[in-house]
Design a protein around this ligand. Sequence first.
Ligand SMILES: Cc1cc2nc3c(=O)[nH]c(=O)nc-3n(C[C@H](O)[C@H](O)[C@H](O)COP(=O)(O)O)c2cc1C
Length: 373
Amino acid sequence: MAGNSFGQAFRITTGGEAHGPGNLVIIDGCPAGLPLCEDDLAADLARRRPGQSRIVTQRDEPDTPEILSGVFEGRTTGTSIAILIRNRDQRSHDYAAIKDKYRPGHADYSFDAKYGFRDYRGGGRSSARETTVRVAAGAVAKKLIAAAFGGRVLGYVRQVGRVEASIPDPAGVTPEQVERLPNGDPNIVRCPDPAKAKAMVALIEQMRKQGNSIGGLAEFVASGVPPGLGEPVFDKLKADLAKGLFSLPAVLGVEYGIGFGCALLRGTDNNDLFYAEQSGGRSRVATRTNRHGGMLGGISTGMPIVLRAAVKPTSSLPLEQETVTSGGEPTTVSTKGRHDPCLLPRFVPMGEAMIALVLADHWLRQAGARTDT
Ligand SMILES: Cc1cc2nc3c(=O)[nH]c(=O)nc-3n(C[C@H](O)[C@H](O)[C@H](O)COP(=O)(O)O)c2cc1C
C-alpha cells in the first residue's frame, strides 16, 4: 500500500529521509552467485554524489555504501541484500526558518495535505537523497543484466534549457564520451557533445550566479536487451520503465523512441521496417530504423531501448518567492540550503539505475514465460 517497493521478481524496498541517519535498500530476488562487493557500487554512487563538481550542490556526502546482508565471500547468496548509506552532512538548521512555509515546486503542501505532519528538513522522504540507495541497487541490477545477457544502460544529458546536443546515434554514445571531454578533463555536465557540454556548463553557472535554476532532458539507451522482455498488458516494459523514471524526483515527462514526435508522422514515415540481419553466421530480426525505441506491444524487440526524461528546474531558490504558511497566511520564502542549479548531471545515474532495475526484473520474469526453452 505505501509504495516503498518497486519491481516483482527483482524487487527493491527503500527507507530513509534527507536529514535522517541514512537510507536503506533491501533487494529481493537477486540470484545467488553474482560477484558483488561495495566497490561495485562506488562508480555510480560517485556519479550521483553531491559536491562532485562546481555545477552541483556542495553538500558534502561521501555516500559510502555498507552491504549488511546477502553477500558472502564476494558473491550474492540469493537471500535479501541490504545496503545502507549514511547521511553525513545534513544542515537541518537551514530549514528551521521555513518549516511552516510551503516552498513553491516542493512537496511540502502536498505532504501536509496527505499526512497532516511532515519532516520539513530538506524535503524528508520526497528528497533526492532517497535515490542514493536506488543507485546502489541499480548497480547490482546492472551487474546482473551484464552477466545474464550482456545488457548495458547508459544515460547522458541531451538538453539544458535551449542548449540541445547533437547526438545522431544514441546507441553509439560511449561511457567515456559521457564522463570525459576529448582533452581528458571530467565532463561535469555529462553531455557527449563537447561543444554543447561547454555551453551547458556556462548556462548552469550563469543560473547559479543569478540565484536561479534551469531544466533539461536526459536520454538513456539500454543495449544488448534480448527480444521478448516485457508483459503484454499492464506490465508492459514501456509502462514499467516509465513508472521507474517517473518515480524519480523532478521528472515531468518521459518518452521513448520517436516519442511525442509521432504526432507529426504518417504511418509510412513512422513504421520501422524489419529485415534479417546476418551476424557471426546467425540470422536475427532487426529494424532498419528505431523510431519504436526498442519496444513493440510493450515487449522488447532486440533493438536498443531509447528513452528520454524531462527534468524540471530545481525548485529551491535563494530568490524570494511568494507563498503561504501552513496556516494560510501570505508570506515569501527563499531557500538558503545548498542546491543544484541544474539537476540533470546528477539525474543521469538515477535514471540508469531505474532502467537497469526494470530490465533485471523483466529478465527474471521471462524465465517463467514459456515451456520450450
Ligand atoms: C539529482 C536531484 C537533486 C535534487 N535536489 C534538489 C534540491 O537541491 N532542491 C530542490 O528544490 N529540489 C531538488 N530536487 C527535486 C525535488 O526533490 C523535487 O522537485 C521535489 O521533491 C518535488 O517533487 P516533484 O518535482 O517530483 O513533484 C532534486 C532532484 C534530483 C533528481
